[in-house]
Design a protein around this ligand. Sequence first.
Ligand SMILES: C[S@@+](CC[C@H](N)C(=O)[O-])C[C@H]1O[C@@H](n2cnc3c(N)ncnc32)[C@H](O)[C@@H]1O
Length: 224
Amino acid sequence: MFTAIASVYDLNNTLLSFGLHHRWKRLTASYVPVVTNGRALDIGAGTADLALLIEPKMGEQGHVIASDLNHAMLAEGLRKVTGRGLRERITCLQANAEQLGFPDETFHAVTTGFCMRNVGNLMQAFMEIRRVLRPGGRFVCLEFSRPAYGWLRSLYDWYSFRLLPWVGTKVARDRTGVYEYLPASIRTFPDQERLTALLREAGFRQVEYRNLTGGIVAIHVATK
Ligand SMILES: C[S@@+](CC[C@H](N)C(=O)[O-])C[C@H]1O[C@@H](n2cnc3c(N)ncnc32)[C@H](O)[C@@H]1O
């Protein structure tokens, strides 16, 4: 599915979120600490927006790994990284969140944006993330969540279960099923409190979250 949408992913993201995803990602990056000679990992990096935002925080000798399971998405990311002249600073690497393959305690920070709800075994991914973080390192997770107000939930349900699939089939003539998958994957993903509990269960401490746009998305911050 991601292979089919990779070339239009950024445009779709901007249209479907009314441009809000740029703000959500900037705020997510603001929770990444500034580090001297830092090492950071962005998981499910896709077209590399978050990797590009956290790169300046890693200091002069810093480095960011933008990792993703999907080659086509990562190829779009690499195009952006190359366009900004940052190939020395950001490495695009194919990797599964559930089996990261880096040594223990490699990174000062791990970020992820809209990836975790696609992962097969969420707890396995959280334990992998904790393993590759240095002690005191921070995990910042941006993901769709549960709107905090009843009226917003109703509006959001209409948008995602009715309007979005209609636009997908009638306007975008989509055959991948992405416009049905997107709202379904959002509904089955743990809400703010449940995700907090799962992160604690995976061994993280100081787990906190912040709702954005009335809880349509949330940023979870957790420390190893
Ligand atoms: C919705 S996109 C988000 C891309 C980018 N982070 C953003 O915020 O725009 C989700 C990404 O997660 C990747 N992904 C899905 N399952 C994954 C896994 N198990 N490990 C790593 N990446 C995964 C997909 O290939 C896709 O690029």
